[in-house]
Design a protein around this ligand. Sequence first.
Ligand code: GLU
Length: 551
Amino acid sequence: MTDSIPSHQSVVTRFAPSPSGHLHVGGARTALFCWAFAKGRGGKFVLRIEDTDQKRSSDAASIGFVKDLLWLGIDFDEGPEYEGLGGGAHGPYFQAQRLDIYQRYFEQLLASGDAYYAFESADELATLRAEAKARNQPFRYTGESSRAMAPAEVKRRLAGGDAAVIRFHTPPGSITIHDEILGDATLPEGEVDDFVIRKADGFPTYHFAVVVDDELMGVTHVLRAQEHFNNSAKHIVLQDALKFRRPVYGHLPLIFNPDGSKMSKRDKDKVLRKAVSEKGLTAPPAGTVDPAIFSAWLKDKNTQLAIDAAQTLAQAIGAVLPEINVDDFRKSGYLPEVICNFLSLNGWSPGGDVEKFDREFLKKSFDLSRVVKTAAKFDRNKLLAFNLDAIQAMGRQDFIARVAAHGRDMHPEFMVKLTDAQFRSLCDASQERSKTLDDLFRTNTFITTSDDDLTWDAKAIAKFIVAGEPAGAVHLATARTILQECDEWTVSSLEAALKPFAESLGNVGKIAQPLRVAVCGGTVSPPIFDTLAILGKASSLRRIDRCLESL
Ligand code: GLU
């Protein structure tokens, strides 16, 4: 419960997501800027979950948000309790648990005449809206009749269980929003009507809850997405009526795709629809999406599949969906410090030529004067290049540890196939080619395929096993005989054993490629002796035998 209202002497920022799904990179960027702004000024960063829209909120999503933030290294001083973090004197930090607090302020506004009950039904409001439209005017609720209702009548209707909302009586006059990033903007009188502050279900609207919580949590600086800029007018009039302090506002530019479209969940859907239509799919592969949902989705381009369903379907048909949420980037093997660095550059820059920096630098350097006004463009190629550079700069042990951690999280079935030593040699063979922590797993699926399930790419077989004079298969059979004799199965001993034969052919490739195709099924793998060492003797020989038999 709220102990005392914090003074505004030290900086307090907050990130206030509505937990309706996964943490979008745009949200992550907002959180990062709030965090850096507060931390760089010895202040506090608060996480508050805005779950007043009960239809769209879920506990799992709230926890997902917390995990995503912590993965990025964005820790909070106050917020939901999670693994030793969070808590604080100004909780609860879930709005749905603060209804009694909001009630006190509803009563205050009702008593002062700044708010009133309104009983219009959805149909009545729709009629008013239609009338305004017919007059070619935007709909503005002014509520004369509701305000004229006698208190006894209001009481009677409430007691009788009539559905009612509470509306704020917006005072006359224009409203000026001062924004540290966008400058000042004045909304003319009448632009903000008598808006709802408590819904018929008893929950506060976003506008009301945000104003009460920002005050009670001592928030000094509200940094949030530009789409909320106009909402600030409503917040300002509420703050004045409640005699609250005004936080400093800074509205952050949105993040767009390079083509100027909004970066949203819809991008995944577009890619998936394209892949489905290219494959001519009219029914979903078994075990992916419910057939009825699939066909409804196919018919209506405006609908979207749920994220998990979309992901399962994509995987089954080999489509790669674009990353949009923090979790997508984590699964794809991006490093959290790289994401933070890159996201900071979406809408802000430290000045000069500095592009690569860590969170400490961001904390020290972040200020609102360098936040841009116009939308940022999310350049995936640049992000990938940043990730590549960071992986290449890692020490060997660090790389192994981070790939292992990624593997344990994302590819447990892969990790159990390898001994520590095999995994290390796979890492050694892969670091130089890795752009993400996931590359090693994605490009080495031959490791998790069982010996008897391995299949071969027809083109690779034709080129490296069947063709040639003598054919690759002949060299493969000779190599197999040599390998059979090897008691020691290490990279160096295998290399030493096959060297004389390879030299007699004048070209190591003549033996390396047939071997690679035989044991991996295709032409891409770590260096061949590493590959054989990783698979082990029994597996390698079994795969070669099956390959030769298949001809
Ligand atoms: N719950 C709002 C959102 O997720 C927060 C807006 C704000 O920061 O005031 O967009």
